[in-house]
Design a protein around this ligand. Sequence first.
Ligand code: PRP
Length: 206
Amino acid sequence: MGLLSIALSKGRILKDTLEIFNRLNMDFSDIDKDSRKLFFDYEDYGMRLILSKPSDVPTYVEHGVADLGIAGKDVLLEDKKDVFELMDLKISKCRMIVAVKESHCESDPIYKVATKYPNVAETFFLKKAHPVEIIKLNGSIELGPLLGLSDAIVDIVATGKTLKENKLKIYEEICPISARLIANQVSFRLKSEEIHKLMEKLNKVI
Ligand code: PRP
């Protein structure tokens, strides 16, 4: 049947992900985070690890080039793909929030929202029947209110350090976020045994 391929998110989730595999006595420590190599075969474990940009993990899994993936719930909410969400791995926890300038008063209006998550933001404000203009940015979202580009941001917050350093505060919480194990729908049936075995092991360590 070949190796079970798993797409992993590079960046902040990777450390937590490798740590969880470590707890399963799977040593992937030779994955050099700075190397340009993008996939690693571990014949002994029957696994191939693919290193990918976090927002691309669900795409690899949907198209079946990876059987499984580990992706943040933020990415899954923003870019809905036809994949099975199998498990909450309870790692890389953070929160999706709306933030505003520290000087923002209760009565100040919010017309413009800058975000890397336009779909999440739009759904959230639509549900509240609060029409806003969404401005898509690809990073450093905190600059939005500081430069007067937007009245608020929708972003993820972990420690709160970035908000604090940029004199922003949480206005409202949207939802908790953590890393999820996802599967390609065909692989989930064809490689059901291997996938269930891995899930059982993961269940014991999360
Ligand atoms: C995320 C997020 C915030 C920061 C929050 O950015 O967009 O900027 O982390 O973390 P904190 O609450 O612990 O300070 P990330 O580092 O993923 O990169 P980005 O700036 O490209 O979005």
